[in-house]
Every structure is written in structure tokens, then in C-alpha cells.
Design a protein around this ligand. Structure first.
Ligand SMILES: Nc1nc2c(c(=O)[nH]1)N[C@H]1C(S)=C(S)[C@@H](COP(=O)(O)O)O[C@H]1N2
Ligand SMILES: [Mo]
Length: 457
């Protein structure tokens, strides 16, 4: 833990580094541009007086008011646009240059053993564009030549599997593949907030989270090809090819159902180098560290390996001083992404409260949202499809009356587990943990429209 995290002032002086204003402007624009029927219904359901105030945020057209230049034909409606390039890889608009994954100032000593956070507050839907996927490296990232990369599948001792095998990427890519949407969350996501509010924005509080469509071969297929003894073998060791020698134990029980993938695809193209090109493990619902990147070896064994990454890292320090090991499921969690810390509400009136919910145990069953610090809750709308071990997007209509408001979301998954409050989390876990914080997040909307990260118990 580094004290620079505790210095939001330093971040505030550079607001362009973290503000997600764009999404709020988009909300206002959408409200003006074409969702009026929907909005009227929403407002009718909400309070009458506040509703008409909300609709007044739509700009009148000239000549009754507004900017007369808005009717002049702009250049882009008159001349020739740009031609297609003879080849190329598309980039976002120049006006979206502020949409970046970012390192938290001062969090780590080196950029190679570090993390960059996804800008959750400015993204829509559930899929993370690959260029905005968070990054977590223990020893730097590599762009590995796929023609030279190999994946070995072996047993811890003779008899564990019949034929130890070495696969080339081509050999893996000709096997039957599946494509599935899953979230990946670092076990340390929201880890700085155990003691106190530590960071200003959703990007830094929850941005070690991303969601992609992954394509690959079920790991069980490769184990079966190697003639694995699935009675003798009970655990798999996964090993990465980077200098960190990232190694993790994965129980065979999680692999048998075909969910764990040896993946090469991410959002319709090959994995990005930062995310493990050319091969990574996808372990749905399990903390990010088990999603071994640059995957080079799978070993079948009969006991947990207690590797360095599970014996000294990624454990939970409990209030009684004991360490809890192998707590790998990312429990039910959610965060409101708009309005969220660092954003500024433009005016009182209508807002679409929106956010993300997920559970490592399965599907999100419901999300409740409070705008009064947890006294009253309303059920949010979940966007379809709701997929297992995947992000789900929720929305709730809200008319802001200009008074301070504390916005929270509480997700419940289809196993019946709901997010705890900070009071509940601390009672069970103390304040010295780093990992596995799924407590309810609170954002304070101040009377001046500025949104702040706060904690209420
Ligand atoms: N080989 C290797 N695999 C790795 C890591 C690493 O440093 N090296 N980091 C792990 C951790 S802690 C996380 S949270 C995820 C992050 O994946 P991403 O960088 O694609 O977001 O990768 C995991 N797999
Ligand atoms: Mo992680």
C-alpha cells in the first residue's frame, strides 16, 4: 500500500486525468435527442413537479430560442469526407482522447509490476474494448511470437496422464472452440478501500475489472487429449511464460464442466499482448490472478501446489491474524458508474443511474439502488442478456432535486448472495485485507453537482 493513494488532492488538481464528464453529457444529449416518450413515462412515474423541471433541460430550437448558428450547414455536410485508407486498424475519434486506461499516481514503484485501470465511468454496455481492458503485470508484458510459443500439458508424476503433450498455437486453433462472455476482476480490485476512502473515481476504485468475449478451447479437451486420469488428478497447475513465472493451482472440479478455456481470442480478434497474447487461461468467476497469461504449461497433480502466488500473495488477512488461502471466487458485486466519483452533474433533473453488476458464482439476479444512503431501495432494470460470470448492466431512472444524495447499488446473485455493507465486511474481515472486497459502494452527489467517493456503514 502506498500513501499516494491516500492523496486525492493530487488527483483533483488534474481533473482531465480522471473525469468522466462525457458520459454525463451523453445522458443529457440522449435525453434531448430522442428518448422523450420514455422519459415522459419515467417522469410521470416519478414526481410531477420535478419531472417538468427535468424536461426543461431540453434546449429550444431557434427562432424561439437557442443558438441561431445551429441551423447553418456545417462543413461536414457540404464537402467530401476522408477516404478509406488502403489498409488500417481503426482508432477512436480524436474527441475521445481522454478515454484512457490509467495508472494510479504513485501506486507502484515500477511500471512492470503494476496495474492500469479501465475507465468504467465512461464505458457503455458490458464489453470492454480491448484497448481499454485493465492490465496487471507482475513482471512486465511481452509480445510473444506465436510461431515460437508452445503449451505443454504434463502430469506431476507418471500415470497422471498417458501422453504428455506439447501444442503449437496452430494445433490448438484447429481444435473445436467456444466463445463466451466473461468478466475478469483482479482479486485486489477495490482493495485500497478496506480502511477508508482511498481513491476518487470508479476507474480507480473498481477499474481492475473488464469483460470480453473470449474464444478458445476448453482446457478439459487438452487434458483428455493427453489421456489425463481424471480420478487421480485433482488439481491443475497453470504456468505463464513471462519472467514472473506466474503459477496458480486450479481445482479440477472447476475444469470438468468445460468452463475453463485456453483462450487465444478476445472480442473477435487475437488477445492483446498486454492481456496474454498468444494464449491465456480464462477461469470464469475466479480472481484475475488465476487467468494465467502467456500460458506455457499445464500440469495435472493430486494436491494444491502452494506456489509463491498463493502462499505469500492473494490471501486474506483475517481479524484474528490468520491468513485465509485459496479464496478465489469473486463474490457478487456492483458499482454505479454514472454518477460516480469525479463526475459533475450538469443540472438538476433527469439522470439515468447506470452501473455494472457481476458474480463469480453465476448470474446476477437483481440489483437494488438507493439514492438516500441505503434507507430506501428500488429495483434497477437489468439489461438483457444476463449471462453467467459476466458483467450485467443496470439502469434506474432518477430525477435529481439538487439536494445532496448518496447513491448506492446492491447486487444479489442467483445463489442468493448479496453484497455486504462496509460495516458487515469489516466485522467479518477486519480492515487489513487487500483482496476480495465486494462491499456496497457509495457516491455522494453534492449540492453543487460534484460527485465524491464516500463510505457509509
Ligand atoms: N503470466 C502472467 N499471468 C498473469 C499475471 C502476470 O503478471 N503474469 N497477472 C495476473 C493478475 S494478478 C491478473 S489480475 C490478471 C490480469 O489480466 P489482464 O492484464 O489481462 O487484465 O492476469 C493474471 N495473469
Ligand atoms: Mo490480480
Amino acid at each position: 500500500m502506498n500513501t499516494h493513494w491516500l492523496n486525492p488532492g493530487r488527483l483533483r488538481r488534474a481533473p482531465e486525468n480522471f473525469l468522466g464528464r462525457a458520459s454525463l453529457q451523453t445522458v443529457a444529449h440522449e435525453a434531448r435527442a430522442g428518448r422523450r416518450d420514455f422519459l415522459r413515462n419515467a417522469f410521470a412515474a416519478a414526481s410531477g413537479a420535478a419531472a417538468s423541471a427535468a424536461l426543461a433541460q431540453a434546449n429550444p430550437l431557434p427562432p424561439s430560442g437557442g443558438d441561431p448558428n445551429i441551423l447553418a450547414l456545417p462543413e461536414h455536410s457540404k464537402g467530401l469526407g476522408q477516404g478509406v485508407a488502403s489498409e488500417g486498424y481503426g482508432k477512436p475519434s480524436q474527441y475521445e482522447a481522454n478515454l484512457q486506461r490509467r495508472q494510479s499516481p504513485g501506486l507502484t514503484q515500477t511500471t512492470q509490476s503494476s496495474v492500469s485501470f479501465a475507465p468504467l465511468q465512461s464505458m457503455f454496455g458490458i464489453v470492454t474494448p480491448s484497448g481499454l481492458h485493465f492490465e496487471r503485470h507482475h513482471q512486465g508484458w511481452w509480445d510473444i511470437d506465436p510461431s515460437r510459443h508452445r503449451l505443454m500439458v504434463n502430469g506431476s508424476e507418471p500415470g497422471m496422464l498417458k501422453t504428455p503433450m506439447v501444442f503449437t498455437l496452430d494445433e490448438i486453433m484447429r481444435l473445436p472452440s467456444v466463445s463466451r462472455f466473461h468478466f475478469i476482476e483482479c482479486g485486489a480490485n477495490t482493495g485500497m478501500e478496506w480502511g477508508n476512502v482511498a481513491v476518487p473515481t470508479a476507474q480507480y476504485s473498481h477499474g481492475m475489472l473488464s469483460c470480453s468475449e473470449f474464444t478458445g478451447v476448453p482446457l478439459i479437451t487438452l487434458l483428455e487429449m493427453a489421456g489425463a486420469d481424471l480420478k487421480k488428478g485433482r488439481f491443475v497447475l497453470a504456468e505463464g511464460a513471462d519472467g514472473s513465472s506466474m503459477t496458480r493451482t486450479i481445482p479440477l472440479s472447476q475444469i470438468l464442466n468445460g468452463e475453463v478455456l485456453v483462450a487465444y481470442g478476445q472480442n473477435g480478434e487475437m488477445l492483446r499482448p498486454e492481456n496474454g497474447y498468444p494464449l491465456r487461461l480464462v477461469v470464469p468467476g475466479i480472481q484475475g490472478v488465476s487467468w494465467v497469461k502467456y500460458l506455457r504449461r499445464i500440469e495435472l497433480g493430486d494436491k494444491p501446489y502452494a506456489t509463491k502466488d498463493e502462499a505469500i500473495h492473494y490471501m486474506d488477512l483475517m481479524p484474528n491474524g490468520l491468513h485465509r488461502q485459496y479464496t478465489s471466487i469473486q463474490e457478487c458485486k456492483s458499482v454505479v458508474t454514472t454518477p460516480s466519483g469525479g463526475q459533475v452533474l450538469l443540472d438538476r433533473g433527469y439522470y439515468n443511474i447506470t452501473g455494472l453488476a457481476w458474480s463469480g458464482r453465476g448470474k446476477v439476479a437483481r440489483v437494488d439502488v438507493s439514492v438516500d444512503g441505503g434507507r430506501n431501495w428500488r429495483a434497477a432494470r437489468l439489461e438483457a442478456p444476463v449471462m453467467s460470470k459476466c458483467l450485467s448492466r443496470f439502469n434506474l431512472d432518477w430525477v435529481w432535486d439538487g439536494q445532496p444524495a448518496i447513491i448506492q447499488s446492491r447486487a444479489t446473485d442467483d445463489s442468493g448472495l448479496a453484497q455486504p455493507s462496509y460495516r458487515q465486511s469489516r466485522a467479518a474481515r477486519g480492515t487489513r485485507s487487500i483482496y476480495h472486497n465486494n462491499s456496497i459502494q457509495s457516491w455522494l452527489v453534492q449540492a453543487n453537482g460534484e460527485v465524491k467517493n464516500v463510505q457509509v456503514s
